[in-house]
Design a protein around this ligand. Structure first.
Ligand SMILES: [Zn+2]
Length: 223
């Protein structure tokens, strides 16, 4: 028996491009006689050859949508159909940290989950402004509402919750959120990773680790 054809797609479980079996597929082409154009749709159910994760791929193309590609055989540029591709559930490039379930404050936890949903849908503005709101909530939980970000961050520093260096990094992170909210700036995927690394590191250190350490202390038997 011959093995079915495989194709490379991003796998949400393996977190990288892997070979996939196409288990089912359906194609539909609609013709527009007035404009002499066609609309093509392809739907596929795919299965990762490694982890057996299932996903749904939707590819669409209008015949007028063209792009220039390098022909791998001749190495020459040539016109090709520009296909749009969506994978469901959406591709997840970054997963929620496991410890987020240990965050006691449900608002902070919900904010975390919403930011990651925004990331999954490639909503970079929402993810960036959401990250700023995450810092806001962190300030409220640690030192109380200080009226604005600058005062909040200053208070965190004066109470020794963050270092001077962290204060600088957080100020930049808040500025990124403000630029997304007010000036229509969206960070790249790599810049978003930096923003999330910064905030997650801080939340883990200030809220999650003390809680875990307290539990550890209780579990250690007395001498
Ligand atoms: Zn996989």
């Amino acid at each position: 028996m011959t093995e079915p054809d495989t194709k490379k797609y991003y796998c949400n479980e393996c977190k990288r491009d892997t070979s996939h079996y196409v288990r089912r597929e359906f194609e539909k082409i609609t013709h527009d006689d007035e404009y002499q154009e066609t609309f093509s749709q392809e739907m596929k159910i795919i299965e990762c050859c490694g982890c057996e994760h299932l996903a749904f791929v939707q590819r669409t193309n209008y015949s007028a949508d063209l792009t220039v590609q390098i022909n791998p055989r001749t190495k020459q540029p040539e016109e090709a159909l520009a296909w749009k591709q969506n994978i469901y559930p959406p591709v997840t490039y970054r997963s929620l940290p496991i410890w987020h379930e240990n965050i006691e404050d449900c608002i902070l936890r919900d904010l975390f989950e919403e930011i990651y949903k925004a990331l999954q849908m490639n909503c970079r503005y929402l993810a960036t402004t959401g990250s700023r709101t995450l810092i806001d909530r962190l300030i409220v939980l640690i030192v109380g509402d200080q009226g604005n970000f600058a005062r909040g961050l200053e208070k965190l520093k004066s109470e020794s919750a963050i270092s001077e260096h962290e204060h600088q990094i957080l100020t930049t992170t808040v500025e990124a959120g403000s630029a997304a909210a007010h000036r229509g700036w969206a960070p790249t995927k790599e810049e978003l990773v930096t923003i999330l690394d910064t905030i997650e590191g801080l939340i883990h250190r200030l809220l999650v680790l003390p809680e875990r350490t307290a539990k550890l202390e209780q579990s250690i038997p007395n001498r």
